[in-house]
Design a protein. Sequence first.
Lengths: 144, 144
Amino acid sequence: MSTNRSHDSEIDHILKHNQLSVTDSRKKILELFLQANGALAHGDIEKKTGEKFDRVTVYRTLQAFMEKGIIHTIPTADNAVLYALCKDDCTEGHHHDNHVHFVCNHCGNTICLEEVVVPEVKLPKGFQPAEVQMIVSGICSECH
Amino acid sequence: MSTNRSHDSEIDHILKHNQLSVTDSRKKILELFLQANGALAHGDIEKKTGEKFDRVTVYRTLQAFMEKGIIHTIPTADNAVLYALCKDDCTEGHHHDNHVHFVCNHCGNTICLEEVVVPEVKLPKGFQPAEVQMIVSGICSECH
DNA sequence: AATATTCTGCAACTTTGTTGCAAAAACTTT
DNA sequence: AAAGTTTTTGCAACAAAGTTGCAGAATATT
């Protein structure tokens, strides 16, 4: 059924490793994330699966992936909900998501710059930081 | 009608300066922003205006303020839509919004830290930054 | 004060996200 | 590999969030 088998064993492993039943929808949606070099919106997923799955299934799949720490959300300026694959060290409930996100104004893709560490910032007195998120927009390397 | 007249002339000036008719809803909503030291969600505004105005009016007022560069949106991790006053040098279409936003995990307020400049970040080759947004979450100075 | 323009509120609608439940698929056990 | 158990799916119905058209009301203009 799958048109691209390159990720098949990896997909299986990820799902089983997270104690999720291996189903068509989960395989397909996880495959989309592995193929995508950037983040996906809920709408993207519905489009790319070709209306094969129910809206509710997509919601629940994303929810399940979130809970297991397979994906995380990215805040955007226009308040669209974006999801992207977490790195391996993301575990249930605790996400290590302190990398920079880049939004391309040309192709519209949102990319996780895993290798770019969020710089330190000095806050006014009394402010105690716990988490920092940084979103850079501009032109990505592909569109450049 | 207004319970707090301290901002009255400022409110008038801002609206007229942006070629917006001075109406009750716009005055009241702008007053809320001037009073608030942080950002407001659509829901906050509906609550604080005491159901005086129609939902649609609130939407359209925020939209008008956005278009004129009076307020801007802030991205949040949980994808709630937040609005905050722009600085004076925000003009129609072009927002100079490069300051840090702080979200307090205790009181839930989102505060614009106008004085904190977003630090430089080094991107991989080919990535050309245009705008940077930074959201720090933690405990704010009031809750500390 | 009269006219022209803009804004508001209502109603109806679209879009987005959620919940309960029976049927279907996946996993387990033997 | 067939039976039973658990999980997941899709449907329907619902709830929340946001949009649009339009008549009446408020604001601005003369």
